[in-house]
Design a protein around this ligand. Structure first.
Ligand code: CA
Ligand code: CA
Length: 235
């Protein structure tokens, strides 16, 4: 069936996607990881969405798994500024600290005046969020871009067009999924006797150490653990 899309002049033209990309290899506890935020142009017949003047992003992660450290602009497109607005000026109330720690953060990326950032179809690096892996996790840790969040005032994830003032051209939001090695229950990077001990101590229960995500620690999980026995993230 063909679904007809309904045009709405009040909403985005949907032509620049924002993608978060983390390490593809399994991570270990204590590791510092980079989550790149890339902007990618979706080819359309529109004259908008070729560039941006600013990007507001509402970042979300599980603070029990990951700790936000800050940002770096290494390798990124030239910007006037890339920052988390400080708590005393962040009227949205999202940023409770200079580097937010509570699992949500508002970030602003602002192009140089009079110089919108051109966005290619392969994508450009806007900024890199740096996190430290805080705890073991078997079902992955998501770093996401929320469409909107209201604490004191509503904030939206938005890509402001480089041609039409105030026009939000955000298309898709693509999260990053951070993974640890299946069966590496302590997040050490290697699957060994420590992990087996953790699994056996939680046998039959439902804990965060559930490897296959079916809700129970059982023979399936043991099979996965044994299959990756001795393998190391450091290989
Ligand atoms: Ca381990
Ligand atoms: Ca299971």
């Amino acid at each position: 069936m063909l679904a007809l899309s309904t045009a709405c002049a009040c909403h985005a033209q949907n032509v620049i996607d924002l993608e978060l990309a983390g390490p593809s290899a399994p991570v270990v506890v204590g590791q510092t990881i980079n989550i790149q935020m890339r902007a990618r142009r979706v080819p359309t017949d529109n004259f908008v969405g070729m560039s941006f003047v600013a990007i507001d992003s509402v970042l979300a992660w599980d603070p029990s798994k990951l700790t936000l450290l800050g940002t770096t602009q290494t390798g990124a497109v030239p910007l006037l500024a890339s920052y988390f607005p400080a708590p005393n000026v962040d009227t949205t109330g999202i940023n409770e600290a200079a580097v937010p720690q509570d699992g949500t953060a508002l970030h602003y990326a602002i192009a140089n005046f009079g110089a919108p950032v051109q966005v290619s179809t392969t994508g450009v690096l806007v900024t890199t969020f740096r996190f430290r892996v805080k705890a073991p996790f078997q079902q992955g840790a998501l770093v996401d871009l929320l469409p909107e969040l209201t604490v004191n005032q509503r904030a939206d994830t938005a890509v402001y067009d480089g041609t039409v003032p105030g026009l939000d051209v955000l298309g898709s939001r693509i999260p990053a999924l951070i993974t640890q090695r299946p069966g590496d229950l302590d997040g050490s990077g290697i699957v060994d006797g420590n992990d087996l001990g953790i699994m056996l101590s939680g046998w039959g229960s439902s804990t965060s150490n559930d490897v296959d995500g079916d809700g129970t620690i059982d023979g399936n999980d043991l099979g996965i653990l044994l299959a990756s026995w001795g393998s190391s993230s450091l290989d």
